[in-house]
Ligand binder design. Structure first.
Ligand SMILES: *Cc1c(COP(=O)(O)O)cnc(C)c1O
Length: 357
């Protein structure tokens, strides 16, 4: 029997409607920031029931401007989870603030409010970046109680809702990414928003660098209308994108043999399943499962490797971050992107059923 074609870990789902939206922009002759960007911002205000949104060139730019418009700069301390991508650290440094690295919670991989307090050594952070990791809602209320402004990083939770409404309305600001691997993917792009629109207005002022009457530090962080048209086309079927991911996750949960666990909460109603993560007892079991799935042509990844942990980049003592150090040893991420065909999902389910713990 011929070897079945390999299933990649992630691929964007680009529909004829997405292509038509891009084509319309190309035909219009207006390809830079313009009406499509405005409409994308309006679609976020509609999703969140008001506030203000500012579309930007990337999720990192959105983090940077959330920090900047909240007044984070030299002398300010920003708590960030160690289990997160380096973009968080880049944004904090770009704003000129000082990062405080905190460990995460074992269950949902989100920043641990208790660890923020420990990292702060009795002082309050000026801001906290709360990533809703892989779609799992971070406890914004508990983080607010620690002190400081809370920036919700919704790059992996756009389209997630359930109890408490859409994720991203509880903090002082929220940021999103439209990078190629994200839930809504148009190449590059990002957006920051806040519930009353004051920060979004300040971000817009920073973004509009050209032909201003007075000079202030501003920067070209524009998203183009080509990108925005593609993002907007996908935003219009965000519910379908979320449903498809959830339906695939439900199939995987049914297929897992006893003794092999998925990350907590991945089957919860309304949950965005950005990643479907398996948890293993130790790295040997995890590596065996990874090899078994790879042998069946299924590309699985360790969603974040040890060397990527932010405390490792900064040379901090790993013993202070035991939870994140354990997560990188015991996790695997399965393909769960909406472009997976039913036949591919069936193949992954069949492979999961053969896993040994
Ligand atoms: C992707 C991502 C970012 C950065 O977004 P870019 O658009 O790649 O700059 C930030 N935070 C999280 C949690 C992300 O997943």
């Amino acid at each position: 029997m011929a070897q079945a074609e390999a299933i990649p870990h992630n691929r964007p789902l680009i529909t004829p409607a997405d292509r038509a939206a891009v084509d319309a922009v190309l035909a219009s002759g207006w390809i830079a920031q313009g009406p499509e960007v405005l409409a994308l911002e309006a679609s976020f205000d509609a999703l969140y029931g008001g506030g203000g949104s500012c579309a930007l060139s990337s999720g990192t730019a959105a983090l940077f401007l959330a920090l900047k418009t909240l007044g984070m700069g030299p002398g300010k301390r920003v708590a960030v989870p160690t289990y997160a991508c380096s973009a968080l650290l880049n944004a904090v440094y770009m704003a000129g603030a000082e990062p405080w690295i905190a460990d995460v919670e074992a269950e949902d991989f989100n920043i641990d409010p208790g660890a923020v307090e420990r990292a702060a050594g009795g002082r309050k952070p000026d801001a906290i970046i709360a990533v809703h990791s892989y779609g799992a809602r971070a406890d914004v209320a508990a983080l607010k109680a620690v002190g400081g402004a809370v920036i919700e990083d919704c790059c992996q939770s756009l389209g997630g809702a359930a109890d408490g409404g859409n994720i991203g309305n509880d903090g002082d600001a929220a940021v999103f990414s439209f990078y190629a691997t994200k839930i809504v993917a148009c190449g590059h792009g990002g957006l920051m928003r806040d519930p009353d629109g004051r920060l979004a207005d300040a971000a817009r002022d920073y973004r509009e660098f050209d032909q201003r009457e007075s000079y202030e530090e501003r920067f070209n962080l524009h998203m183009s209308d080509i990108e925005a048209a593609m993002a907007r086309s996908q935003m219009s079927r965000l519910g379908d994108l979320a449903d498809r991911r959830r339906a695939t996750a439900a199939r995987y949960l049914e297929s897992l043999p006893a003794g092999i666990d998925a990350a907590a909460g991945v089957g919860d109603a309304g949950r965005m399943v950005y990643r479907f993560v398996l948890r293993f007892a130790d790295s040997e079991t995890r590596d065996r499962a990874r090899a078994a799935l790879a042998a069946r042509g299924i590309e699985v990844i360790v969603p974040l490797e040890r060397y990527e942990l932010l405390h490792r980049y900064l040379g901090l003592d790993p013993a202070e971050f035991p939870v994140a150090e354990n997560i990188v040893d015991t996790t695997l991420s399965l393909p769960v992107f909406p472009a997976l065909t039913d036949a591919q999902v069936d193949r992954i389910c069949a492979a999961l059923a053969t896993l040994e713990c």
